[in-house]
Design a protein around this ligand. Structure first.
Ligand code: 5GP
Ligand code: MN
Length: 323
């Protein structure tokens, strides 16, 4: 489906229906959060009824963007016609409690992951987009909607975070053009960066110190990894959410091609893995071997097993991909 056709079909659905539910993936990141609030703002301008529902509350660093509803807070099943799912490459990225609300509804899938499984009735998937926030920005333009200050703030957060502060390979002049337009609406980039990146807790720094002490590099110097075990969370009082950018510390090692972060999770016997590529290695392809996905340079998956078994198995798979 061409990009032009899918965006016009999305606009068709928005115009045709009155009530929408917006949701995104587990462990929501800045793009998942920002694009949901920006789309909510757009739909409300169009006088639609909109509910944003996610299993977990808005992470505290992003609290300045607003609140959404968690399933436990719903007095009854939300009444809506269309569910719009953002930034999620497949339906297993959504938790069961949210999936159960979507049965028999029209699903609209808006995403930028190359691994997207096109699970919607309508799928607008653009792997060229730096963030889903960039796609929602284009939707505002195509629908002739003025971006409010709150909308601009949410879009800016989505793009800022998914480009790693305009550092990753998904950053280009278009990304900066859009950011510039958003700043003109009244966004203060310093204020935003401080809210998101200047609010680490002491507990999270202590967790980082423990995680950094686990860093290892393969003999050939091409793969680096670090891990977090649940006893480290207990010891420091930090949470799983605090580990979001730990993989980047391994990624920053000179000469490395692939960085990996392993973490035990709340779910017993399941390891969460983040992959980052610094070069040509397609880590989306590696994550796919473990039923995960993402982008060529940033991907993830979850694997059942113990840390001690999972780490060597994954490293061996990455070594294979590097040959
Ligand atoms: P992160 O490592 O920051 O959690 O995720 C990096 C990228 O990979 C993100 O774009 C994210 O959506 C994707 N990703 C992370 N974990 C999974 C997973 O378990 N399954 C799939 N399909 N994608 C994932
Ligand atoms: Mn994204």
């Amino acid at each position: 489906m061409s990009r032009g056709r899918s965006i016009s079909e999305i606009i068709g659905i928005i115009n045709k229906y009155d009530s929408f539910l917006i949701t995104s993936h587990i462990n929501p990141d800045g793009d998942a959060i920002g694009s949901q609030f920006a789309l909510k703002s757009l739909l409300e301008q169009k006088k639609k009824r909109v509910t944003v529902v996610n299993a977990e509350p808005v992470p505290s660093a992003y609290g300045f963007l607003g609140k959404w509803i968690c399933p436990g807070e719903l007095k009854q099943k939300p009444d809506f016609e269309v569910a719009i799912i953002l930034d999620s490459s497949n339906l297993s990225r959504l938790p069961e409690v949210v999936l159960s609300l979507l049965l028999d509804k029209i699903l609209v899938n808006i995403d930028h992951h190359i691994s997207n499984e096109k699970f919607g009735r309508l799928n607008w998937v653009d792997p060229e987009a730096s963030a889903v926030g960039e796609m929602i920005y284009r939707l505002y333009g195509k629908m002739d909607c003025k971006i409010s200050r709150d909308g601009a703030l949410a879009l800016y957060v989505a793009i800022l975070t998914d480009t790693g502060l305009f550092r990753y390979t998904n950053t280009d002049s278009t990304t900066h053009d859009i950011a510039s337009e958003l700043l003109k609406i009244g966004i203060d980039p310093h204020w935003v960066a401080e809210r998101i990146y200047g609010v680490n807790t002491l507990a999270s720094m202590k967790l980082l110190a423990l995680a950094l002490s686990t860093i290892k590099v393969s003999d050939n110097g091409r793969i680096g990894w670090l891990c977090v075990r649940s006893d480290m969370l207990k010891k420091t009082g930090a949470s799983f959410q605090d580990t979001g950018d730990f993989v980047n510390y391994a990624r920053s090692i000179r000469g490395l091609e692939v960085a990996i972060f392993f973490s035990e999770t709340e779910t017993k016997d399941e390891i969460k893995i983040s992959f980052r590529s610094k070069g040509k290695t397609d880590v989306n392809a590696i994550a796919k071997n473990f039923q995960g996905g993402g982008h060529p340079q940033a991907s993830g998956c979850r694997i059942k097993g113990k840390l001690d078994e999972v780490i060597p198995m994954v490293i061996a798979e990455v070594q294979k991909a590097l040959r």
